[in-house]
Design a protein around this ligand. Sequence first.
Ligand code: PMP
Length: 363
Amino acid sequence: MATVYRVFNFSAGPAVLPLSVLEEIQRDLVSLPGVGMSILEISHRSAAFESILAHAEADIRTLANIPSNYKVLFLQGGASLQFSMVPMNLLTAGSTADYIDSGSWAEKAIKEARRLGSVNVAATTKGENYSRVPRQAELKLTPGAAYIHMTSNNTIEGTEYKELPAVGDVPLVSDTSSDMFSRPIDVMRHALIYSGAQKNMGPAGVTVVIVREDLLRRSNPSMPTMLNYAVHAENGSMYNTPPAFAVYALGLVMKWLIAAGGLATIATANERKAAKLYGEIDRTGFYRGTAHEECRSLMNVTFRLATEDLEKQFIKESTAAGLDGLKGHRSVGGMRASIYNAFPEEGVDALVNFMQEFERKRG
Ligand code: PMP
């Protein structure tokens, strides 16, 4: 296959996919081997698609070592719909849900939950621009809470949990949209995990929900069918037409991840990539990391320069140099390098070189 020009894509999501996966999609797009039709055309009720979905689920289970009492669901509506579905299904009348406010996405989750029931913000670091995640000692947990909600990686602010909070017997719900499968995950310590696919797992259009079976009993049968976890679980994510292409592409990414050695191996690569960037950020003080060192994200590396003018210049010149998507989220400014699983280490090296060159010229 002819090599095509590809920039280094630092986008926070949708984000870079493994080149081999894109090439496989390209090769098989017109006709899936053994099927004679495109993945864009086949019925979701066909044996071929059922097998694609079953394999994607099996590979997710293998990668994260998911026990049999958890269901894996493929849903639509993004992680944002989960902000509503979680409380709709789990926040039963008369109970309170605890939320840890660790970033802008956590704040959005809280906003949606408040529309539906009683919410206690167990801790917040908003007053510190979300530059760190709340510490265990800061959590004010509600005894007997319906669940506690956390965001494992804060995509916009560039912070992550290095360890899960201790929550006792309260079901732990985690939005893992931006670090899912970038490192090993202890599924058994969670009651529900949700993740939009478009960062580490595949293209936009599918959201993976992993839910412990006993929680499905909380879903009220009279709630809207499409928002009911129990319905999706009973129907194997096939109550209605699933996002067939997104599930297919996600399945290829899962295969790629298994072939690459699984979560422990990818975590080592991610640590190495992030260490190179943070090393450069810390080298002279010309750049300034915005997250507290003890909770720096390995996925979204956020940093600033002395002035906004200099930052504008940095974005302009880096983009021209084929380093795309380094502009920080509009709500926080600065720079953000998203370096998900499929982001190549050469791209990190290229950014480090660019940063050194930029400092040499402007420092
Ligand atoms: N949670 C987190 C942590 C995210 O990073 C994002 C998307 N960037 C969302 C939720 C929202 O996801 P979606 O766009 O899939 O609704």
